[in-house]
Design a protein around this ligand. Structure first.
Ligand code: NDP
Ligand code: 8X3
Length: 254
C-alpha cells in the first residue's frame, strides 16, 4: 500500500475521515475532498504531523459535475495517478412517508449519492483506464442498498442505485483490471443522523440509544482490508452491522 494514491470523497467527517486516517497509517498519499475546506485543512495538518502523509486537498461539491472534473484535472503530478478511489460522500436527508417528502431532500440525496458518485467515477476511471495499470474503486453502499424500510424510500433507492452501479462497474471495468468493492454498513454513528434530521442532535442521538453502533474506524478497517488484498483478489461486497443489528428491520435494543 506504500505510496499508493487514494482519493476519498467526503473526508470531512465520519467514515471518510476515519478512512483517511487508516490509509495514512498504511503510508498512502491522500487526496481528501468535501465541501468544508477548514476541516480538510485540519485533517491534512494532523495526518502530516502524525504520519508524515502527503495530502492534497480538493474542496468541492460532488453535485457539480464541472467541479468534479476540474478537481481531478487540476491534480498535481504526484497525485495524478489515482490507485484507489473511495466514493464515500453521501447523505440521508429527511425521514418521511413518500407523499410528505421534501423535494429539496430528494434532490440532495439523488444528486449526491447517485449523480455525484457517477461524475467522480467517470473522470477517475477514465484516468485509470488511460494509465493501464488497473485500479480499485470502493463505493459506500448500505444495508439499505437491498432492503427498504418505512420512510427510507428515496435514501434506500439511492443506495439500491449504488448497489446496481457497483455491479455495473465490476462488469464494465473487467477488461481494465479495475477492482470494484461495495462496502455496505448498517448503523454507524457519525454525523449521518444529524444530517438526516437537519441538525436535530437529540433525534440523532435517539437512533443509537440502547445499542452499540459501528464507528467510522470499523468501516475504515474493512475498506483498507479490501484494498490491501493481492491484485488478483476482488472483494465484491462487505456487509457490516453492529452485533445488535441483523438487518434493516431487526435490532436488539436494550
Ligand atoms: P457523515 O455525514 O459523517 O459524512 C458525510 C461526508 O459526505 C462528509 O464528509 C460530507 O462532507 C460529504 N458530503 C456530503 N454531501 C456532499 C457534497 N454534496 N459534496 C461533497 N461532499 C459531500 O456521514 P457518514 O460518514 O456516515 O457517511 C458516509 C457514507 O456512508 C455515505 O455515503 C452514507 O450514505 C454511507 N453510509 C452511512 C451509514 C451510517 O449509518 N452512518 C451506513 C451505511 C452507509 P461536507 O459536508 O464537508 O461536504
Ligand atoms: C445508513 C444505514 O439504516 O440508516 O445507510 O439506512 S440506514
Amino acid at each position: 500500500m506504500n505510496k499508493k494514491v487514494v482519493m476519498i470523497t467526503g473526508a470531512t467527517s465520519g467514515i471518510g475521515e476515519a478512512t483517511a486516517r487508516a490509509f495514512s497509517q498504511e503510508g498512502c498519499k491522500l487526496i481528501i475532498t468535501g465541501r468544508r475546506a477548514e476541516r480538510l485543512a485540519a485533517l491534512k495538518a494532523e495526518l502530516q504531523e502524525q504520519y508524515g502523509t502527503q495530502v492534497y486537498i480538493a474542496s468541492f461539491d460532488v453535485r457539480d459535475r464541472a467541479m468534479c472534473e476540474a478537481a481531478v484535472e487540476a491534480l498535481p503530478e504526484e497525485f495524478a495517478n489515482i490507485d484507489i478511489l473511495v466514493n464515500n460522500a453521501g447523505l440521508a436527508s429527511g425521514l418521511e412517508h413518500l407523499n410528505e417528502g421534501a423535494l429539496a431532500d430528494w434532490n440532495a440525496m439523488i444528486d449526491t449519492n447517485v449523480k455525484g458518485l457517477l461524475y467522480i467515477t467517470r473522470v477517475v476511471s477514465n484516468r485509470m483506464i488511460a494509465r493501464g495499470e488497473g485500479g480499485h474503486i470502493i463505493n459506500l453502499g448500505s444495508t439499505a442498498g437491498t432492503q427498504v424500510y418505512e420512510n427510507g424510500n428515496v435514501y434506500c433507492a439511492t443506495k439500491h442505485a449504488v448497489h446496481a452501479l457497483s455491479h455495473g462497474m465490476r462488469i464494465d471495468f473487467l477488461r481494465h483490471r479495475i477492482r470494484v468493492t461495495e462496502i455496505r454498513p448498517g448503523m454507524v454513528e457519525t454525523e449521518f443522523s444529524v444530517v438526516r434530521f437537519h441538525g436535530d442532535q437529540n433525534r440523532a442521538d435517539n437512533v443509537y440509544k440502547g445499542l452499540k453502533p459501528l464507528t467510522g474506524d470499523d468501516i475504515a478497517e474493512a475498506i483498507v482490508w479490501a484494498a490491501s488484498q493481492p491484485a488478483h483478489v476482488n472483494i465484491s461486497e462487505i456487509v457490516l452491522t453492529p452485533t445488535a443489528q441483523a438487518d434493516s428491520y431487526y435490532k436488539f435494543v436494550e
